[in-house]
Design a protein around this ligand. Structure first.
Ligand code: FMN
Length: 197
């Protein structure tokens, strides 16, 4: 797929087919993430690629449990409120059951951690689209990135001391009739542009 077309037609997929994604495809997506730019060429983003079903289920249960124990406070970010309320109700699965959840971690003491992870995440979402796979940025692990239970669990998966989660992306075949992700762009009514000519 042509690059500009991949950018324009990328949409968030939130319902995935129960179908594995070939490792070669995931490797190509990871390559796109690893070839993202990084501040000072630091290349400190750490990609944790979760395809093991039990681990995805354990993560969903852990996230639901930790959100359910949280209180909604005034001014709280709307999506976080939604996660807390959905967890308290029960049956909340933050990652939408994807074939793979790629977690991007980076150094907690490095000022460009978020920027570097964001570049990698966008590259991976574009690569997924080019390969006819759906993707969605997943932020709940980032919100809980100082949560001791989550940190402990992620350390067991390979998160290093001194690293924190800055984002994640769910990847898989879309649960649509033709298996392709929906590609109709949402109109851009925000994202102002000011030309100084
Ligand atoms: C920083 C960031 C965090 C996001 N977090 C989530 C998330 O946790 N769960 C989710 O379903 N979508 C998440 N999204 C996806 C946005 O909701 C989505 O990009 C937006 O609604 C525009 O829709 P589109 O991606 O289909 O163009 C996130 C996107 C970004 C850039």
């Amino acid at each position: 797929m042509e690059t500009l077309e991949a950018i324009r037609s990328r949409r968030s997929t939130r319902a995935f087919a129960d179908r594995p994604v070939a490792k070669e495809a995931l490797e190509r997506i990871l390559e796109a993430g690893r070839y993202a730019p990084s501040g000072g060429n630091s290349q400190t983003t750490h990609f944790l690629v979760v395809t093991r079903r039990e681990t995805l289920e354990e993560l969903a249960a852990l996230v639901e449990r930790e959100f359910a124990a949280m209180e909604v406070t005034p001014g709280m970010y709307r999506s976080m409120v939604n996660s807390i309320r959905a967890s308290q109700k029960g049956g909340y699965v933050f990652h939408y059951h994807p074939a793979a959840l790629i977690i991007t971690a980076n150094r907690v003491d490095y000022g460009n951690s978020m920027a570097d992870c964001a570049c990698a995440l966008e590259n991976m979402m574009l690569a997924a689209n080019a390969l006819d796979l759906g993707s969605c940025w997943i932020n709940q692990l980032r919100w809980l990135n100082e949560n001791p239970a989550l940190l402990d669990y992620l350390r067991g998966l390979g998160l290093e001391e001194g690293e924190r989660v800055f984002g994640a992306v769910a990847i898989g075949y879309a649960a649509t009739e033709n298996g392709l992700p929906a590609r109709e762009p949402l109109p851009r009514t925000g994202n102002a542009v000011t030309w100084i000519e």
